[in-house]
Design a protein around this ligand. Structure first.
Ligand SMILES: Cc1cc2nc3c(=O)[nH]c(=O)nc-3n(C[C@H](O)[C@H](O)[C@H](O)COP(=O)(O)OP(=O)(O)OC[C@H]3O[C@@H](n4cnc5c(N)ncnc54)[C@H](O)[C@@H]3O)c2cc1C
Ligand SMILES: Cc1cc2nc3c(=O)[nH]c(=O)nc-3n(C[C@H](O)[C@H](O)[C@H](O)COP(=O)(O)O)c2cc1C
Length: 473
């Protein structure tokens, strides 16, 4: 059970959590245990898991194993592996069941080939015609195929990084958004990585197939939209860039003919101290993806349909909306700093930011709006202090546009103070001209910039804020 927002459940657990919190069902005779996915750097660490654990007990259910709390700031996968390692023997022992670890490797989906000429999914979600004939409402399960109307660099020539301002046209979809909301973006994987997997595993990537759940009563019939091809699944539906999960390593180890390579993959997926330490360095810290693993274990040749079943789904990435619907109701703007780094000789590129980076005007991107709790005060005359270094400024661009709109309508608007921070005024000071224009228009009443690398001493937004408070005492 994950925690998001301000200690909130994820969208697909919201109803369950509401039910547990507000209703009084009798859960006597029900056994339960909870594993939480959270991050210690957040104030409400694993709040959802803790609430579910507490309420289940209060409602009469019997806790058969202590709750586990995963910390994404450290190593969530390791936390889960340790918890599961202790949980499985305890629960099987308690009920007199036999622990069959082989079953973990058994297939959940069966492969069915589809005859040539039949339509198949090429990146759509839900319906085959979802992009040709879009139907509102648009959300995480039904994104809208928007058109890029602007894609420009925000960093100066001297910056070694890239930050893009991108606008999406949503006029035909009549998508409504509020200032402060988030935009979900579905990326596609780098075609070079898709091609690498095709070459390494040597299969026909364009045969059309379905993966069908062997459990006919299961609510999830397919692991991703089917029918499709392996090329489409690798491009749009599965994550081939993230550090490989331990269950994937275990699954593919069964297809490894070289004993040394097989033992390495098995050790990586074992919850022993040695296995966990190896996983931590080799996979987590060095961020090895499935492509790296297949390259470094050349005798590992999993069936592509099994690999596709094992890999996690490619997730949408979220970006703070950097525009106001009052100023531009038909367009949604975001700014995204491109993720790119080297580990040893490997150059690693963030999936979504590199997908967006070179998206030309008129190209298409699947998007949806996700409501957020970040809002301007309802009354326009309430003063606000905004602290947003780097792309953290994004939602405040929307706030400033919104207040400017009210000002132009002749409304009384409150003072707006902005603390903005970046490395150097000539390198990565994003939206500089716009900020100066907001100041000139009297919308942004106080602008403080903190540059961390423009002078000998480091200056950050908190330093500027403290100084302002001291100066105005
Ligand atoms: C609510 C919300 C709002 C957001 N708003 C914005 C926004 O307005 N603008 C913006 O740019 N981003 C924003 N983000 C972040 C954004 O969603 C993505 O996480 C980010 O763009 C990276 O996505 P990616 O697919 O390019 O990278 P991915 O392929 O997802 O890779 C990113 C991962 O790579 C790893 N990584 C990155 N750098 C290094 C390094 N040097 N060494 C080792 N590992 C590294 C980190 O684990 C990181 O999680 C927001 C996130 C959330 C949750
Ligand atoms: C916008 C956002 C808000 C979050 N809020 C919390 C929080 O309040 N408490 C917490 O423990 N973790 C929080 N997290 C961290 C996630 O719970 C953590 O990354 C977890 O691993 C997500 O699991 P999932 O990717 O499987 O959904 C938050 C993450 C994001 C992106």
């Amino acid at each position: 059970m994950a925690t998001y927002g301000e200690g909130d459940p994820p969208d697909n657990a919201a109803l369950l959590c509401e039910f547990l919190r507000d209703e009084q069902p009798n859960f006597s005779g029900v056994w339960f245990t909870v594993f939480g996915l959270g991050n210690k750097t957040y104030e409400h660490f694993n709040e959802t898991a803790k609430m579910v654990d507490k309420r289940m007990e209060e409602l009469g259910a019997e806790r058969i194993f202590p709750m586990g709390l995963g910390d994404d700031d450290a190593n969530l996968e390791e936390d889960f592996m340790r918890w599961r390692e202790a949980f499985l023997p305890k629960v099987t022992g308690q009920f007199g069941w036999e622990l069959n670890t082989d079953a973990e490797g058994s297939r959940q989906y069966r492969l069915e080939w589809v005859e040539e000429g039949r339509p198949y999914f090429k990146g759509e979600f839900g319906r085959l015609t979802a992009y040709e004939r879009p139907r509102a409402p648009f959300d995480v399960k039904n994104p809208y195929l928007s058109t890029v109307t602007e894609n420009r660099e925000l960093h100066g020539d001297e910056s070694q990084r890239s930050c893009k301002h991108i606008e999406f046209d949503v006029s035909k979809a009549r998508i409504r958004y509020d200032t402060g909301d988030h935009l979900g973006v579905y990326p596609t994987n780098d075609s070079a990585l898709v091609e690498a997997i095709i070459q390494l595993l040597d299969f026909n990537p364009d045969n059309v197939f379905r993966l069908i759940n062997v459990d006919e009563d299961a609510t999830k019939r397919n692991p991703f939209p089917c029918p499709t091809t392996a090329r489409m699944a690798l491009t749009h539906y599965v994550d081939i860039c993230a550090p490989v999960k331990s269950h994937v390593l275990r699954g593919i180890s069964e297809y490894t003919s070289d004993e040394k390579e097989k033992a390495h993959l098995q050790l990586l997926s074992t919850a022993s101290e040695e296995g966990l330490a190896l996983y931590n360095t080799y996979i987590q810290k060095e961020r090895r993806s499935i492509v790296d693993i297949l390259k470094e274990h050349p005798s590992c040749k999993p069936d592509i349909d099994h690999l596709l079943e094992l890999l996690p789904r490619l997730q949408a990435r979220y970006y703070s909306i950097a525009s106001s619907p009052n100023k531009q109701p038909d367009k949604i703007a975001v700014c995204a700093v491109v993720t790119e780094y080297d580990i040893g000789s490997r150059h690693i590129k963030g999936v979504c930011t590199n997908f967006l980076r070179d998206k030309p005007v008129e190209s298409n991107v699947p998007i949806f709006v996700r409501k957020s709790q970040m809002r301007l005060p309802t009354r326009p005359n309430v003063p606000v202090i905004m602290i947003g270094p780097g792309t953290g400024f994004a939602p405040f661009r929307g706030f400033l546009q919104e207040r400017q709109h009210f000002k132009e309508l002749g409304k009384d608007v409150g003072a707006m103070h902005l603390y903005y921070g970046c490395r150097h005024p000539d390198h990565d000071y994003i939206y500089k001209d716009e900020l100066e224009a907001f100041v000139d228009a009297g919308v942004l009443t106080h602008l403080e910039c903190a540059f961390s690398r423009a002078q000998a001493e480091k200056v950050y937004v908190q330093v500027r804020r403290l100084k302002f408070l001291q100066d105005t005492k």
